[in-house]
Design a protein around this ligand. Sequence first.
Ligand SMILES: C[S@@+](CC[C@H](N)C(=O)[O-])C[C@H]1O[C@@H](n2cnc3c(N)ncnc32)[C@H](O)[C@@H]1O
Length: 199
Amino acid sequence: MSASLIYRNAAVYGVLMRVLYGRHYRARFRAIAAEVPPGSEVLDLCCGPATLYTRHLRGRGVDYHGLDLNERFVADVINAGGRGEVWDLHADTPLPAVDVVLMQASLYHFLPDPAPILDRMLAAARQRVIIAEPIRNLATSDNRVLAALGKRYTDAGDGARAHRFTEQSLDELFAAHRHRVLEQRLIAGGREKMFVLAA
Ligand SMILES: C[S@@+](CC[C@H](N)C(=O)[O-])C[C@H]1O[C@@H](n2cnc3c(N)ncnc32)[C@H](O)[C@@H]1O
């Protein structure tokens, strides 16, 4: 299965995520949603098919705005009742100002230099920035099926194979912002690490 097929179809993408995260699939979204104040204005970068919105934020009066390179995912956001825009986050267009700017499982797309996107998120947020990123490298799993899926999952979707974070490299990135860190913890059974930063 090609990476572009994974990203093209929300159903295929959803199944892949469930396989990769197993019983921790919902917990990864729940952990982020718990840090979003009800009724706030939220910008979700690399939002994918808007599962965070439809399953966890829509019912809490959140004004949700999802940005993604993939127009099919953006269409899913709009169909679900959120605001969605096709947006290449490698372009340094300023982000709209909102209460909460978040990104889940996508910071690796900005390696080897993720600091500028983090700075842009902090510049756009009025209250807080939330980032959760995988730190367990499924691509090197002993399970051959999981390893193959993990390699596809970390493909940028544009044919470019992305690098990945370890817990140490993620900690090093956020060390530069340690005075802003309100919370940091492992989520989704230790598969991702979440950081909540004051804007
Ligand atoms: C692993 S998925 C994560 C989706 C969602 N945040 C989640 O946790 O389920 C990565 C997402 O990043 C998007 N993406 C990759 N490169 C991008 C870029 N340069 N600009 C905007 N979105 C990008 C992909 O289209 C995909 O939806």
